[in-house]
Write a protein that binds this ligand. Structure first.
Ligand code: PMP
Length: 454
């Protein structure tokens, strides 16, 4: 007989009480919790059920983490198998069969030219940890300090990652990364040079090359360039393949290691297993997190072995061996590959973007529809204001907030992003069905039409 009887299962506290306690007990920096005042109790695939019994289609998917959606059977089976095996769950960076298997699955999934002879560093479990590790790795390897980063880039919230990110609002109270040279990211809709189209993309590349070669340009030879193939938080802005190939050429010719941040673009999201595959470039390092842990926290830096100048313990940390994340991650990587989900993401993404472009023709508040695969941005603008030199109207963040709310009221979770927080970002699981894609479009178009000024 146990000394104390197990308490009878208590009914879940009402959602309102939980939300109220969250408001008074958690930090003012809460983000998603403010946008979506719901208390999820169950989730499956793309559907999340709130404590109030309402169901939502989840186009946020853990900020692009849930490649297979919530609680996918392949992921749950891998977690259960691991739990039942009695394997230790936490092991610093010791060798385990689960880590060995994850490493195999990861290296098999990466482009062969990059994976052959590559090294994997398991770091702290967040994307920002991998960014810190990659920057430090390249600083050690090159003996240099600075970094090249892009306008609109987002790499995380720890000091180094924040320094290479663009968003001024979250950097402002902190000392800025003085060693970071900010370069213009090519962006057709809001071209940094006011040119737009291919001309703007060409100039963006030429500017980088000329700046680096200008002895009076003020740029000390940096330790690395860091770039996203499709800017995520920056508003689903894809880098053109030819521009990325130019960045590879320019950095290679000058001995500057190229770090590609695939934290958000990885694991099929953009319509290829890894977004670097679109342009065919081989980076010097890739930072990976989010989907690689199959919904559990996991992050790695993968890099070419010639950069492995670290001494033992040069970049240590406690949480680098989460056994369940390795198992869930390996299952996710294999499921995405075996089921052609990258191709599926490309097809559904094309369909969604075509339909959204049609909607744009009817609703002038939609200024731009862009993205790659299932990383889609719909930028909301004020068509009554003066357009800029490229013909783009000013962003309308207030309208975007109203649309987000109208979406939630219609059972659709969509978060905002972009330079002015006026971009609706669609990041559904790669397992989205045709029916769900239609439902997303219906609810989204209805929400935009309802929230837009008449
Ligand atoms: N890099 C990119 C491209 C990201 O999108 C993010 C997160 N949105 C990060 C890094 C940081 O990851 P984390 O939030 O896990 O620290």
């Amino acid at each position: 007989m146990p000394l104390t009887a197990a308490p009878a299962a208590e009914p879940a506290p009402p959602a309102e009480a939980i939300l109220r306690r969250q408001r008074v007990r958690e930090s003012a920096a809460r983000t998603y919790a403010r946008s979506f005042p719901i208390v999820p109790v169950r989730a499956h695939g793309m559907t999340v059920e709130g404590a109030d019994g309402r169901r939502y289609l989840d186009c946020l998917a853990g900020a692009g983490t849930l490649a297979l959606g919530h609680n996918h059977p392949a992921v749950l089976a891998a977690i259960r198998r691991t739990l039942d095996s009695g394997a230790p769950l936490h092991l610093l960076d010791l060798a385990t069969a689960e880590k060995d298997d994850f490493t195999t699955a990861l290296l098999e999934s990466l482009p062969a030219e990059f994976a052959t002879g590559a090294r994997v560093h398991f770091c702290g479990p967040a994307g920002t940890d991998a960014v810190e590790a990659a920057l430090k790795l390249m600083q050690t390897a090159t003996g240099r300090r600075g970094a090249l980063a892009f306008t609109g880039g987002y790499h995380g919230m720890t000091a180094g990652a924040l320094a290479v990110s663009g968003n001024v609002a979250v950097k402002e109270p902190l000392p800025s990364g003085g060693d970071v040279t900010r370069l213009p990211f090519p962006f057709r809709y809001r071209c940094p040079f006011g040119l737009g189209g291919e001309a703007g993309e060409r100039v963006s590349a030429q500017y980088v090359e000329r700046l680096l070669d200008d002895p009076s340009g003020g740029v000390v030879r940096p330790a690395a360039m860091i770039v996203e193939v499709v800017q995520g938080e920056g508003g689903a802005v894809p880098a053109p393949d030819h521009w990325l190939r130019e960045m590879r050429r320019i950095t290679a010719e000058r001995g500057i290691p190229l770090i590609v941040d695939e934290v958000q673009t990885g694991v099929g999201r953009t319509g290829a297993m890894w977004a670097v595959e679109h342009s065919g470039i081989t980076p010097d390092a890739m930072v990976l997190s989010k989907a690689i842990g199959g919904s559990l926290p996991l992050a790695v830096v993968v890099y070419r072995e010639e950069y492995d100048g670290w001494r033992p313990g040069a970049h240590t940390g406690t949480f680098r061996g989460n056994t369940l994340a390795m198992a869930a991650g390996a299952a996710t990587l294999r499921h995405v590959a075996a089921n052609g989900l990258a191709r599926r993401a490309a097809a559904v993404g094309r369909y969604l973007m075509t339909e959204l472009a049609g909607l744009q023709r009817q609703l002038p508040v939609i200024g731009d529809v862009r993205g790659r695969g299932l990383m889609i941005g719909v930028e909301l603008v004020d068509p009554g204001a003066e357009p800029d030199v490229c013909g783009a109207y000013p962003a309308d963040p207030a309208l975007a907030r109203r649309v987000r709310e109208a979406c939630l009221a219609r059972g659709l979770i969509v978060e905002l992003g972009g330079r002015h927080d006026a971009v609706l970002r669609l990041l559904p699981p790669l397992t989205i069905t045709d029916e769900q894609a239609h439902a997303v479009l219906d609810r989204l178009s209805d929400a935009i039409a309802a929230a837009a000024p008449r």
